[in-house]
Design a protein around this ligand. Structure first.
Ligand code: GN1
Ligand code: MG
Length: 360
């Protein structure tokens, strides 16, 4: 077993380690909080190296993004910067921000004190979140470094659809024998062409890629005790993508009336009040760079992400649960049902969303 203490000691920390305890509920990396007796607290993470294959590229991305944002905040004279952008700690006597112990990769960042993440938000918080993600993209619009794709084609719907096709064809654990699985597949295929339209617009040159966060789940934003946004966390997937990624993935989690894995399918519903508040905040801060095509397709983005997530959970179920952490055997199937229900609810609201975006 890995000794977490030994790992932490590789990094240039201040203070003597008091405790190391599990933190949060991410589906990909393993996260711990490190308390010290006489220094700040830290976050220790084991980077899931099966998913993020190029740790050097990943950490280079993160260091340039956080450095760029930090310099902007400094230039604006913002107070309390260590709570508004993540700080990665290098190894002792080094600039390198990750450690390889022979089998796993690790990194350490400063823990942000008195900050809170939420699994659900009200319209007021959604409005602030919209402004913050728009602002995050705006700040990164002029980053001088070229960022790599930490997971190539991460939000490419055509690829996700092909991966599902491959999962179905190999049927690794025999789950294609289930009637419900074949029913879900049928419904997914009906919408495939329409949902792949971003990639077509990109090829035709009408849709740009920009630096996006690409994992704007509601719990990846930190608020302070008074409800102000501090910063955006979980930066592994920051990479060039369509703005639809950040817009769509936030609403996928924040505007669903229940959690993404709630089995009570009849309670899944897309909350238009959350949509409106988030869209208003997002368009306010992103309007400096959004093109008309990006803007008028924001409702499509709201549909694309539950759809893409359903396809990803579903492919993982068919593959025998090799990607997402699961808590019980049908977990990925339950997640799929939930995301498909959300997708249907979003489609019902399509005209209302289009009208609202046009009114902004
Ligand atoms: C993963 O790391 P985490 O749990 O925030 C996933 C996202 C999915 C999400 C679904 C690298 O995010 O893309 O939307 O689970 N991250 C990766 O909950 O695949
Ligand atoms: Mg997370």
């Amino acid at each position: 077993m890995t000794d977490l203490h030994d790992i932490v000691l590789q990094f240039d920390l201040k203070g003597q380690i008091e405790s190391i305890r599990p933190l949060g509920n991410g589906l990909i990396n393993d996260t711990y909080k490190v308390n010290t007796l006489d220094g700040p607290s830290y976050v220790l993470q084991r980077i899931n190296h099966n998913i993020f294959r190029d740790v050097e590229l990943l950490q280079n991305n993160i260091v340039s993004v956080t450095g760029h944002i930090r310099r902007k905040l400094e230039a604006e004279g913002v107070a309390d910067i260590d709570r508004k952008v993540l700080t990665f700690i290098p190894l002792k006597n080094s600039h390198v921000t990750w450690y390889f112990d022979g089998s796993s990769y690790w990194r350490v960042s400063l823990f942000i004190e008195n900050a809170f993440t939420y699994e659900t938000v009200n319209p007021e918080y959604s409005y602030y979140a919209g402004r913050s993600f728009g602002n995050f993209e705006a700040m990164l619009a002029d980053i001088p470094d070229t960022l790599g794709e930490t997971i190539p084609d991460f939000h490419n719907m055509e690829l996700r659809a092909r991966q599902l096709e491959e999962a179905v064809a190999s049927d690794a654990v025999g789950r294609m024998a289930e009637d419900e699985v074949r029913e879900i597949l049928k419904e997914i295929l009906v919408h495939r062409e329409e949902m792949c339209k971003a990639e077509r617009m990109y090829r035709e040159g009408t849709l740009p890629k920009r630096i996006c966060h690409c994992d704007t789940k509601v719990n990846n934003m930190m608020f302070d005790a008074s409800g102000d946004v501090l910063c955006v966390i979980d930066l592994d997937t920051v990479m060039p993508s369509f703005v639809f990624s950040d817009f769509g993935d936030f609403l996928r989690t924040a505007a669903n009336k229940v959690a993404e894995d709630d089995p009570r399918i009849d309670m899944v519903e897309f909350d238009m009040e959350i949509f409106k508040a988030f869209a208003k905040g997002y368009v306010e801060s992103a309007s400096v760079f959004l093109t008309p095509v990006e803007r008028e397709n924001l409702p499509y983005a709201a549909a694309l992400f539950p759809y893409m997530q359903a396809v990803r959970f579903f492919a993982d179920y068919i593959n025998g649960d090799t990607y997402y952490k699961i808590k019980y055997p049908e977990h990925n199937l339950v997640r799929t049902r939930n995301q498909m229900a959300l997708f249907r609810s979003v489609l019902e609201n399509m005209p209302a969303m289009q009208e609202y975006i046009a009114s902004l």
